[in-house]
Design a binder for this molecule. Sequence first.
Ligand SMILES: NC(=O)c1ccc[n+]([C@@H]2O[C@H](COP(=O)([O-])OP(=O)(O)OC[C@H]3O[C@@H](n4cnc5c(N)ncnc54)[C@H](O)[C@@H]3O)[C@@H](O)[C@H]2O)c1
Length: 374
Amino acid sequence: MKYHKVLVTGGAGFIGSHTIDLLLKKGYSVKILDNLQERVHPKGKPDYIPNEVEFIKGDVANPKDLLKGLKGVDAVYHLAAYQDYLPDFSHFIHTNTESSALMFELILQHKLPIKKIIFASSQAVAGDGKWKCSVHGKFWAVQRPLVQLERGEWDLKCPNCGKPAKNVLMTEDIARPTTTYGVSKYVIELLADVLGKKHGIPTVCMRYTYVQGPRNSIYNAYSGIARVFAQRILNNKRPVLFEDGLGLKDYVSVYDVAAANLLVLEDNRANNRVFFVGSGRGYTNLSFAKIILRMFDSSLEPEIPGIFRLGDTRSTVSSIKAISKLGWKPKVSLEKSMQQYKEYLESLGPIEDRSDEAFKKMMALGVIRKTKKT
Ligand SMILES: NC(=O)c1ccc[n+]([C@@H]2O[C@H](COP(=O)([O-])OP(=O)(O)OC[C@H]3O[C@@H](n4cnc5c(N)ncnc54)[C@H](O)[C@@H]3O)[C@@H](O)[C@H]2O)c1
């Protein structure tokens, strides 16, 4: 075993807890630093956290708490993050990015023997990536203008001829975030690269796509397509699709993500690199909604009311070539993953739907907008 004890920040959460299960299976000692964020854990510390794991309740952006977490470990997964679609911009930077800089600061200040840090980045760093016009070839995507979205024109357009273009598989060299969350994660990648190399601490940044599966908190109604759809369906409400429901998204099982996390911890070929961790395959939001509806045996139809979320990407499908070269590939299909999520939800008992309240708030804040019919 390469490491003695591993710190997992955000280890009470979805990806963290599955990563911990694998770490324990492999014989690692594990420590968690997690502040049990109210929005994710309104009922407190989840039962699935194993007893043998040392648990510290604390904030990753608080130097005292983070130092407590970092002491006595030699590897770190930094997964704790603030993630939603509200315009509380400084929160993303404070929790996600500042804590990452603070981690390097404390390691140097206290001469902590940390041998590797794995950062949770996100596909959001790549924004809309590159698109391709059938006549003029590939171009860098720029955010779709608000007036275009208000007209209900969803595809990115070729800058030369203005015709709708097609998305291209995204690769790790692309960094064009369109949200503050994406910016917060991109700066983490930059810090990992610059500070990690300068101070001889190997880092890996994992750009997860849309992660699915058991333990994905049912409580946060502000983000997470599967949980929002599932909350609605379980309460006999139609899943609501943004835009025309035809944007493509890339889904990956949390079990595959945990396996990728373990791989990059143990394989030095991953050091100082960024990886997409996805399926490499796109599903429209509409087909995704239909998969979930089928899974729940629901006769409801998805609703497409002509609304959109400001700063949303249109179609994001990632190439998984780089991580596949290290021997990883996704093993769990989307259908299987949704089945596992459904079984998890059923084990929780009745589930309240807060998505209408969240939608209203996001509309009031201008995060969700309506198209303007001409
Ligand atoms: N789930 C996805 O689809 C997805 C996709 C891309 C990237 N990511 C990234 O992966 C990481 C893990 O995501 P997840 O889905 O497991 O989220 P999650 O919400 O289930 O878990 C995050 C954990 O971090 C904790 N946390 C939040 N703020 C904290 C703070 N200030 N101090 C300490 N703990 C704090 C929460 O209590 C929670 O337990 C995040 O960095 C996220 O941005 C997730």
